[in-house]
Design a protein around this ligand. Structure first.
Ligand code: SF4
Ligand code: SF4
Ligand code: SF4
Length: 326
């Protein structure tokens, strides 16, 4: 029999441990040391069971509220959004897409497959490797963290991500940020599980330790081979991810694309080694350019902030004090 999510969490008593690990005092700045999934058994993870999801979009709504994002024009109970394939954006850190069934069906139904999309919190993240100023870091506890204060806006992370997840606040005039799912990292001290997982009425999202989440996934496949494809998406793709998926149809049919098992940073490692050996000068120039972009970005932000202040309007938009740019 399939296990109930909350009983599962209770039985393993892992939620508290994961929360403490993900949000506690442990350092959050460690970079991924390599795509060794065996080392990630205790890292925070989520299992999305697409065979259970009814497309209610409660997870989207909970994410919107937890991250204090602007309410979308279309309400969260509007199922017409399923006519389009959506991607996470600066105002929507997770979205649910529908596959199969009739687009005009505006009722929850099980004839369609619904797939929640967000940052996969890769074990060896390409975005972290691509970021030249360390604004993205992989926590050994699972989440991939973004530090807006370090970001220079180069958007290399957006190019590098194999899942095309990071979004940019193009509409933000003052210090635009990269946006992506944080794994509710900043709130995990206060909440027992990510907001989206807590909001799901059919327990299609299970939060826990990666090792135990994988065990649960394999157990479900073993118990219901008629229901599930024998593949846990994210177990090995790009070196493994912290968000894992169970599907009832081939993953590629629902935009869970076939990706190599080696993570992008490991794939490019040999090239990088060559560059470092033979191209020290270009690297130095590249770093100098990065530093210049960082300084220009901060300077511009403060100048714009000053202009805003002169107009007597918002003051707290940037979080940068004048003293920081000297
Ligand atoms: S899914 Fe993309 S943004 Fe998220 S951790 Fe992986 S590489 Fe980074
Ligand atoms: S983990 Fe938090 S930030 Fe990420 S999709 Fe869920 S609610 Fe949104
Ligand atoms: S809340 Fe659960 S059932 Fe509803 S759309 Fe999200 S994952 Fe699917």
């Amino acid at each position: 029999m399939q296990q109930d999510r909350r009983n599962f969490l209770k039985r393993t008593a892992m939620a508290a441990g994961v929360v403490a690990a993900a949000g506690g005092a442990a350092p959050r700045t460690a970079r991924a040391s390599g795509a060794d999934a065996a080392d990630a058994v205790d890292a925070a993870a989520c299992l999305v069971d697409t065979t259970l999801c009814i497309g209610c979009r409660k997870c989207e709504e909970a994410c919107n509220e937890a991250n204090r994002l602007p309410r979308p024009d279309q309400p969260f109970d509007d199922r017409w959004v399923f006519r389009d394939r959506r991607r996470p954006g600066a105002d929507s850190l997770t979205v649910v897409n529908a596959y199969g069934g009739h687009p005009s069906n505006d009722q929850p139904d099980r004839s369609r497959t619904f797939v929640k999309v967000q940052c996969m919190h890769c074990l060896d993240p390409a975005c972290v490797s691509a970021c030249i100023v360390g604004a993205l870091t992989k926590s050994p506890q699972g989440p991939v963290h973004y530090d807006a204060d370090k970001c220079i806006g180069c958007r290399y992370c957006m190019v590098a991500c194999p899942f095309e997840i990071p979004a940019y606040e193009y509409d933000e005039a003052v210090l635009p940020k990269v946006r992506k799912c944080s794994f509710c990292m900043d709130d995990l001290d206060a909440r027992p599980e990510p907001a989206c997982a807590a909001a799901c009425p059919v327990e299609a999202i299970v939060f826990g330790k990666r090792g135990e989440i994988l065990e649960l996934a394999r157990e479900r496949i073993h118990e219901r081979p008629d229901r599930y494809v024998d593949h846990v998406y994210g177990e090995h793709e790009v070196g493994g991810t912290s968000w894992l998926y169970l599907t009832g149809r081939p993953p590629e049919e629902i935009d869970l694309l076939p990706l190599p098992e080696k993570s992008p940073p490991r794939l490019t490692e040999s090239i990088q080694h060559g560059i470092f050996r033979y191209g020290a000068l270009p690297i130095l120039a590249f770093s100098g350019l990065g530093a210049l972009m960082w300084w220009t970005n901060r300077r511009q932000g403060v100048e714009e902030k000053g202009a805003v202040r002169e107009n007597g309007e918002i003051e707290e938009q940037t979080g940068v004090s004048d003293g920081e740019v000297n």
